[in-house]
Write a protein that binds this ligand. Structure first.
Ligand code: ZN
Length: 141
């Protein structure tokens, strides 16, 4: 999946969480959305650091999720849920692609689907998610 699809889906997940949760202030709401959107892009840092990391390797694994959540718990526990949702949304989308991910990298089998990154189907998916994003944004604010 491309970054824009991860971002749109991360914002969709944040919007759904916003429907279900009550935040103490508007600032917390904005922080929740920002953290979820940021986290939805975080695993693909390995794409830009190919010299050090394998793309769709350790940053696309459950171990990365655990480390980020531990750091978040120590630094600012409010960020636990949006970071969990954002990274999980990324891993869920990447597991639907042909390249897939190894959730327990380097162990286990790859979880993969039939979607090709950059394909017309991905663009249709992005369009649908973007429309729902706008509808939920108008509803939530
Ligand atoms: Zn990815």
């Amino acid at each position: 999946m491309r970054g824009i699809a991860h971002l749109a889906f991360g914002l969709l997940i944040a919007s759904i969480a916003d429907l279900l949760l009550t935040f103490p202030s508007f600032l917390h709401t904005m922080l929740f959305y920002f953290a979820c959107a940021f986290a939805s892009l975080l695993p693909d840092l390995d794409y830009n650091a190919k010299l050090f990391l394998v793309h769709r390797g350790s940053l696309h694994s459950i171990w990365f999720v655990v480390i980020v959540l531990l750091v978040s718990f120590i630094v600012y526990p409010f960020l636990l849920l949006p970071l969990l949702l954002g990274i999980s949304s990324h891993l869920a989308l990447d597991s639907t692609t042909r390249s897939g991910i190894k959730l327990f990298h380097p162990f286990g089998k790859k979880s993969r689907g039939k979607l090709k990154t950059g394909s017309f189907k991905e663009k249709i998916f992005l369009g649908i998610v973007a429309i729902i994003d706008v509808i939920l944004a108008l509803y939530n604010f």
